[in-house]
Design a protein around this ligand. Sequence first.
Ligand code: FPP
Length: 229
Amino acid sequence: MIIHDHGARHVAIIMDGNGRWAKKRHLPRVAGHRAGVEAVRTIVRAAGDMGLEAMTLYAFSSENWKRPEEEVSDLMGLMKRFILSDLDEFAANDVRLKVIGNWRALAPDVVALIENALDRTAGNKRTTLAVALNYGAQDELVRAARAAAAEEGGITAETIEAHLDTTGLPPLDLLIRTSGEVRLSNFLLWQAAYAELYFTDRLWPDFTPADLQAALDHFARRERGFGGL
Ligand code: FPP
């Protein structure tokens, strides 16, 4: 029997460094993103094996539209192919897909693909893979606050929380950012309030299950006080 004593239920990752990984190899940036997708596959499998209930990945931020058109279209193409090619694997590994962010504003073919994938994996129970697409935490908070204001109880921490895109996922335990940058870049700002933050120099395509394990070991060693003693 595998015993998971790290205690973490929900891990989020800012997958940074694909461009630098490609540059080091004199490859085009898209090659870095392709390698990044391979890392996603490996890490999602590992997350299930390590007993995580949820993993949230920052795949495309609302700011990423500022990148050159070709790179945006490469990223969208990779995303579509990932969803199409990995649906069977999600079924085999009992992975439920969730998408957070303003994904309904994406191109109609992407929206249709996502809807189908959400539908087909809705009954899966082992791990939830939440992909942040066209996501920005400030946008999420504005949407949540508006929805909360329309409710009888008005705006409270509880009503905002109930309208976040991550509703239904366990509380965020650990937030990892790769590639040495020490910023949250508009990712899960509310959810990170009590999360452990973990920064590593590893570039995302080089991030392995052993690196995830190291982050979880770090988490397990921390005693989180939630502001109390
Ligand atoms: C940051 O690297 C990475 C991204 C902007 C995109 C992340 C996307 C993937 C890993 C692929 C698709 C994801 C899924 C879930 C299938 P960067 O380009 O900012 O790297 P740099 O800072 O070194 O230039």
